[in-house]
Ligand binder design. Structure first.
Ligand SMILES: [Zn+2]
Length: 329
């Protein structure tokens, strides 16, 4: 008896998801012909797609048709500015060739003929179709990091989030930006890049990185506003939202109450600096010890001042001290 052979023949067949099934799923969740559609996804959670990323992209393009526009982010790696010493091979952004870290589908999409990629050194986007030029134009080193999402809002675009849980990626950062929070903490990140004249320059950005842990909590709120279409794309629970209304709702929430952005991690430099710089302490509901004890607040401010300069030594003992205070006080 050949046990090995038997176990292979008895293995459950892996269902492949066809392009036509994907098109049905895209339509069912609310994507239509002529749509301006932004897509962010975990490709793995969709299941095994027959034809891989290319078939997946083809299915999206077939759904929105020749009058549609497809957009994905094609972000690239960044480094904390104090730690960037000199231009190093593999760490120089070139919008024509630098791969995106946002996944196999965006990377495949970026490389396709006809796809336009914007020139922002960290938060570039890739787009194809009728309004691709509008979405990418001017999004370079001088532009605000997530501004293409405001453009997507202007043209009544939709965002399709596939298998990402409650993470409204990218749009949440644009909401932080519109609410005036994104550049409050001068946590500079950057990379070397070649500018339009071919000159090598260091790009520094204060509006790329921000803490987003708490922004998942916005999803139930926008669901209550009736803005979310839930559905499945392959095996992945997914959401389709109108960008204009969703961005407006998230921005309004953050503007009215910036404390909604604050996570509860004492070591989160972004949230702890945001609450200090905007002096939010008196408006925080159920503040943690490190948000209500003056000594703890001063200690954190001191250690974060150094961390913002790229110096991390001494941070650990101070956070230990705050933990200790938490037990004593
Ligand atoms: Zn945080």
């Amino acid at each position: 008896m050949n046990i090995g052979h038997e176990s292979v023949s008895e293995a459950p067949e892996v269902r492949e998801i066809s392009k036509s099934q994907l098109i049905r799923d895209f339509k069912k969740i609310g994507a239509k012909e002529g749509d301006c559609l932004g897509v962010a996804l975990s490709f793995r959670s969709v299941g095994r797609v027959e034809g891989g990323p290319d078939a997946f992209i083809d299915a999206l393009l077939d759904t929105i048709g020749p009058d549609g526009t497809l957009m994905m982010n094609s972000y690239t790696r960044f480094y904390q500015v104090p730690q960037i010493k000199s231009p190093r091979k593999g760490r120089i952004f070139d919008y024509r060739s630098t791969p995106t870290w946002t996944g196999l589908v965006p990377e495949t999409f970026r490389k396709r003929p006809g796809t336009i990629r914007s020139r922002h050194p960290l938060s570039s986007i890739a787009a194809t179709g009728k309004l691709a030029a509008y979405l990418t134009k001017g999004h370079d080193e001088t532009a605000s990091s997530y501004s293409p999402y405001s453009r997507l809002a202007k043209i009544d675009g939709k965002m399709l989030y596939i298998g990402l849980g409650n993470d409204l990626v990218s749009m949440r950062h644009e909401a932080q930006s519109l609410a005036g929070l994104l550049d409050v903490v001068p946590l500079e990140v950057g990379i070397y890049y070649q500018d339009g004249k071919g000159e090598l320059k260091l790009f520094k950005s204060k509006d790329t990185y921000a803490c987003i842990k708490k922004l998942k909590d916005f999803v139930p709120i926008i669901k209550n506003l009736g803005l979310v279409n839930d559905g499945m794309i392959g095996d992945a629970p997914s959401m389709l939202v109108p960008v204009r209304e969703t961005l407006n709702a998230m921005t309004k929430l953050l503007k009215e109450d910036p404390t909604l952005n604050l996570c509860d991690n004492v070591t989160c430099i972004w949230c702890r600096e945001l609450e200090r710089r905007l002096n939010l302490y008196n408006t925080i509901r159920n503040p943690a010890l490190f948000q209500r004890n003056r000594l703890a607040i001063s200690l954190i401010a001191l250690v974060n001042k150094h961390r913002l300069k790229g110096r991390h030594r001494g941070a650990y003992p101070i956070f230990k001290t705050i933990d200790l205070l938490d037990k004593v006080l």
